[in-house]
Design a protein around this ligand. Structure first.
Ligand SMILES: NC(=O)c1ccc[n+]([C@@H]2O[C@H](COP(=O)([O-])OP(=O)(O)OC[C@H]3O[C@@H](n4cnc5c(N)ncnc54)[C@H](OP(=O)(O)O)[C@@H]3O)[C@@H](O)[C@H]2O)c1
Length: 318
């Protein structure tokens, strides 16, 4: 089954996730959707110093939004901030140093931000694919800690800030790779069997899509979306998937193409006309399961995911 799913997914990817897939989809984009003035609106972008996150932060800054860049490395963050300020001529760009794989740091940032601010848009973009099983200082598997638990805690801690804002939105940058996975709630930190980083990453990305659906049902006054950026040429793809990158390089999207749907979901009025909780690709909601893939989880499995994350998150809450 997983061979079938992977093969179907790869063929789909060649058609849709590449630069030519983007160019075909972009013929139907409405340019005016992104002609907005964002002054007075605030945005948090995680992993905003590189790739899709930096491209999205730049587009938001160009339109006058206040951007809070959440990054783990001060040098890389400050260099990216300078570039964004220069390109956008917008001084309202702020750096916050937070390692998304540290549950404590994420709680501390989120709770203190929520106490003092309203937030219009959260963009959960930071992500990683670590190919060897690695533990954080807290003893958590690194991909899970960053992609799933970090995203879960940050979003939970920022709900009060989002509830203070009008037209609040949360966009989570997932991946089409999640289509190859059915939620496995039995082994969230990949303790069993041989570790496979690609599978771990795709499980995390499936979890982000499920979390988005659940948050949408829970918080009706905030608009939630998950999305797939397509295959974009970024440092993460170069370092985590070197052979894929080498073979596909000429077909990959630019970082700006990867960021397009993130920006559209974050700023366009048309985006919030779509129901909350959906998974997007190239400005359109798309299916969260491949045909005949048997990747659907039961409501009970999804409840168990939420309960496990809640229990783990609370262990690190200050
Ligand atoms: N590019 C693609 O084809 C593709 C496809 C599907 C999904 N995605 C998703 O797109 C998102 C952005 O990735 P990208 O391709 O733009 O790669 P990228 O350029 O490497 O950006 C990833 C960002 O996440 C940050 N990050 C990673 N771990 C972090 C941590 N523990 N704490 C804080 N920040 C952390 C990185 O910071 P450092 O610079 O410090 O490492 C970087 O800023 C990811 O969620 C990725 O899974 C990308």
């Amino acid at each position: 089954m997983s061979f079938f799913r992977n093969a179907v997914w790869f063929v789909k990817g060649l058609q849709e996730y590449t630069k030519s897939g983007y160019e075909a989809a972009a013929k139907h984009f409405v340019a005016a959707d992104l002609e907005v003035n964002l002054s007075g609106r605030s945005f948090i972008v995680t992993g905003a110093n590189s790739g899709i996150g930096k491209a999205a932060a730049t587009e938001i800054a160009i339109r006058g939004g206040t951007v809070h860049m959440l990054c783990r490395n001060k040098g890389r963050a400050e260099a990216a901030k300078q570039e964004i300020v220069e390109r956008s001529k917008n001084q309202n760009i702020h750096v916050h140093i937070v390692d998304m794989s540290s549950a404590r740091q994420v709680w501390e940032f989120g709770l203190s931000f929520s106490q003092n601010n309203a937030l219009h848009v959260l963009i959960n973009n930071a992500g990683c694919m670590v190919n060897q099983r690695e533990l954080t200082d807290d003893g958590l598997e690194k991909n899970f800690a960053t992609n799933t638990l970090g995203t879960y805690i940050l979003t939970s801690a920022l709900i009060p800030a989002l509830k203070k804002a009008d037209d609040a939105r949360v966009i989570t940058v997932s991946s089409g790779g999640m289509l190859t996975q059915k939620l496995n709630v039995e082994d969230l930190q990949f303790e069993k069997g041989t570790f496979d980083g690609t599978m771990a990453y795709a499980q995390n990305k499936r979890q982000q899509v499920i979390l988005t659906e659940r948050w949408a049902a829970q918080h009706r006054d905030i608009h939630f979306s998950s999305m797939h950026p397509g295959w974009a040429d970024t440092p993460a793809v170069q370092s985590s998937m070197p052979s894929f990158h080498a073979k596909m390089q000429s077909k990959l999207r630019t970082e700006a193409m990867g960021a397009d749907t993130v920006v559209w979901l974050a700023v366009a009025a048309a985006a919030v006309k779509q129901p909350s909780g959906l998974f997007f690709q190239d400005r359109k909601p798309v299916a969260t399961h491949l045909p005949l893939a048997f990747s659907r989880s039961t409501p009970q499995e999804e409840e168990r995911l939420l309960a496990a994350l809640e229990e783990l998150a609370l262990k690190f809450k200050p």
